[in-house]
Design a protein around this ligand. Structure first.
Ligand SMILES: Cc1cc2nc3c(=O)[nH]c(=O)nc-3n(C[C@H](O)[C@H](O)[C@H](O)COP(=O)(O)OP(=O)(O)OC[C@H]3O[C@@H](n4cnc5c(N)ncnc54)[C@H](O)[C@@H]3O)c2cc1C
Length: 431
C-alpha cells in the first residue's frame, strides 16, 4: 500500500538548510533596491554555497549539470525559493532562464547546447522567451502572427512581441514564429534562437506593470516590448523541428506551472504568517483580531485552501514524475487556476487584516498583492484552464440513453421495485 506523504530524511535536511539559507541570507536583500550589477555581486558567494550543497540548477538532469530531482522534490524546493523573488537566482533556476534551459535541453542540437545551454546554466548568459504579442490573444497562441520566412539558408523574422520577460537584459531570445500558416493550428509555429544583438531586434521598452509600475529599462524582471524587423538568422537557429513550436512549449510550460504554484504557496505562507501574527496583537472592539470570528475564518480558510493547493500541486508533480507530462495535464490545469486564486485570496486577507499598514510600503503585502494578480492569467488565464479541466472531465461522461438522468429517483424506484419484487411481497405479507 503506497500512499506516503513523508519526505526522505536526507532531502528534508536539504529543505531545512534551504529554508534557513533563504530566510537568513536572501530575505534581507529584498529591502535594498539593488541594481543588477550589485545583485550579481552579492549573489556570487551565495551561488557557491548552493553549488557546494548540490542544489544548483536542480531542474536539469545530472548530465546537464543539474541534480535531476524530479517534480516532487523540485516542487518542495520551489515552495521555499518562492518566498522571495531573489532566491531562484541564488539556486540557478530563475525564470525564464530555467524554462529556457529546459527547452534547450529538450530540443537543442549539441552545438546549440554548447553555445547557449552551458553558459546559461553557468549563469554567464541570460535569456528570454518571446511568444506573446500585443495584437493577438496570448491565451490562444494559435493566433500568433509573427512570421519566420525562409530565405536561402537563412530565416527572416518579422513581428511584434511584448511581455518577453528579461528581454531587455537577455543575451538571446527564444522566439516563437509562424513558419507555415497553412499547417494545422498547432503545427504552424516554430522556435528560433535569436541573439539579442542581431540587427532588427528592436527592444522598444520594458512595459511598466502592476508589479513594477515605474518606467525602467534594462532591469532584471522587466517585460520587454520588441519589434522584430527583418531579423535574419541562420538556418541552424531553428530550435527543434520545424512546426514543433507548440509541442516544445507545452513540455516547458507543464513543469513550469508546478514550480509557479509551489512558489505561490511560498508567498501565500509568508502572507499567512503575517496575518496570524497580526491576529495575536492588534486589538479592536475590546479584543485582539484573532478573537473576532471573521478573522478566525480567514485564518482557517487560508490554512485549508493552502493545504488543498499544496496537496493538489504535489500530487500533480507526482503524476508527472510517475506517469509523464501528458498524464498530468488535467491536474496541472486544476492547480494553475486553483493555486492562483488561493495566492490572491490569502494575500488579500493578510493585507485587509493590516489595514492601512498593509496598504503601505512599510510591509511587503502590497507588493505581494500586485505580484499575485498576474498569476491569474500568465501561463494561461483561469478561464482557459477551467475550460480545459471541464472538457477533459466531460470526456468521461455521456448523455443518458433516453434523456432521463441516471440518478432519477422515480426511474430507480421502478427498477428497484422490479428487482426486489419478492422481498417487497414478503414484507407486505408479514405486515
Ligand atoms: C508577469 C508576466 C510575465 C510574462 N512573461 C511572458 C514571457 O516571458 N514571454 C511571453 O511570451 N509572454 C509572457 N507573458 C504574457 C502572458 O503569457 C499572457 O499575458 C497570457 O498568455 C495571456 O495573454 P494576453 O495577455 O494576450 O490576454 P488575452 O489572451 O487577451 O486574454 C485576456 C482575458 O480574456 C479572457 N479569456 C481569454 N480566453 C478565454 C477563454 N477561452 N474563455 C474565457 N475567457 C477567456 C481571460 O479572462 C483573459 O485573462 C507574461 C505575462 C505576465 C503578466
Amino acid at each position: 500500500m503506497a500512499w506516503d506523504f513523508s519526505t526522505d530524511p536526507e532531502f528534508q535536511e536539504q529543505l531545512d538548510w534551504m529554508s534557513e539559507f533563504v530566510r537568513e541570507e536572501i530575505w534581507p536583500l529584498e529591502v535594498l533596491s539593488l541594481d543588477y550589477d550589485q545583485m550579481m555581486r552579492v549573489m556570487g558567494p551565495l551561488q557557491e554555497q548552493v553549488k557546494a550543497r548540490g542544489l544548483w540548477a536542480a531542474h536539469l538532469d545530472p548530465e546537464l549539470g543539474g541534480q535531476g530531482f524530479g517534480q516532487v522534490k523540485l516542487g518542495l524546493m520551489h515552495e521555499i525559493l518562492g518566498t522571495t523573488p531573489y532566491a531562484p537566482f541564488a539556486f540557478g533556476n530563475q525564470a525564464p532562464d530555467s524554462g529556457n534551459s529546459e527547452i534547450l535541453a529538450l530540443a537543442g542540437t549539441p552545438e546549440q547546447k554548447e553555445r547557449y545551454l552551458d553558459p546559461l546554466l553557468a549563469g554567464d548568459l541570460h535569456s528570454a522567451f518571446s511568444m506573446t504579442e500585443p495584437d493577438n490573444a496570448g491565451s490562444d497562441p494559435t493566433t500568433l502572427t509573427t512570421r519566420a520566412v525562409r530565405d536561402g539558408d537563412d530565416w527572416v523574422i518579422n513581428g511584434h512581441k511584448w511581455f518577453s520577460s528579461n528581454g531587455s537584459i537577455a543575451d538571446f531570445l527564444i522566439v516563437m514564429a509562424v513558419t507555415d500558416p497553412d499547417a494545422r493550428p498547432h503545427q504552424r509555429a516554430s522556435m528560433f534562437i535569436v541573439p539579442a544583438d542581431t540587427p532588427g531586434v528592436n527592444i522598444l521598452r520594458d512595459v511598466p506593470t502592476m508589479e513594477h509600475p515605474q518606467e525602467e529599462f534594462g532591469k532584471y524582471g522587466g517585460h520587454a516590448e520588441i519589434l522584430y524587423e527583418d531579423v535574419r538568422i541562420p538556418g541552424d537557429a531553428l530550435l527543434g523541428a520545424e512546426g514543433a513550436g507548440f509541442l516544445i512549449a507545452q513540455q516547458r510550460l507543464y513543469p513550469g506551472r508546478i514550480h509557479h504554484c509551489m512558489r505561490w504557496l511560498g508567498v501565500a505562507k509568508r502572507a499567512f504568517d503575517m496575518l496570524c501574527e497580526r491576529a495575536t496583537y492588534r486589538e479592536s472592539h475590546g479584543k485582539v483580531l484573532g478573537r473576532h470570528q471573521t478573522v478566525q475564518n480567514w485564518i482557517a480558510d487560508s490554512a485549508a485552501e493552502m493545504q488543498a493547493a499544496r496537496l493538489m500541486t504535489l500530487h500533480a508533480a507526482w503524476v508527472m514524475d510517475n506517469e509523464g507530462v501528458a498524464a498530468a495535464r488535467k491536474d496541472i490545469s486544476l492547480i494553475k487556476f486553483y493555486g492562483a486564486r488561493v495566492l490572491c485570496d490569502v494575500v488579500d486577507r493578510a493585507l485587509q487584516a493590516h489595514g492601512s499598514l498593509g496598504y503601505s510600503t512599510d510591509l511587503p503585502l502590497e507588493a505581494m498583492y500586485r505580484y499575485a494578480r498576474g498569476s491569474r492569467f500568465y501561463d494561461g488565464p483561469d478561464e482557459v484552464h477551467r475550460a480545459s479541466v471541464a472538457r477533459q472531465i466531460l470526456r468521461g461522461y455521456e448523455p443518458p440513453p433516453d434523456g432521463v438522468p441516471s440518478e432519477s429517483i422515480p426511474r430507480r424506484r421502478e427498477q428497484a421495485r422490479e428487482r426486489f419484487a419478492d422481498l417487497l411481497a414478503t414484507v407486505t405479507s408479514n405486515d
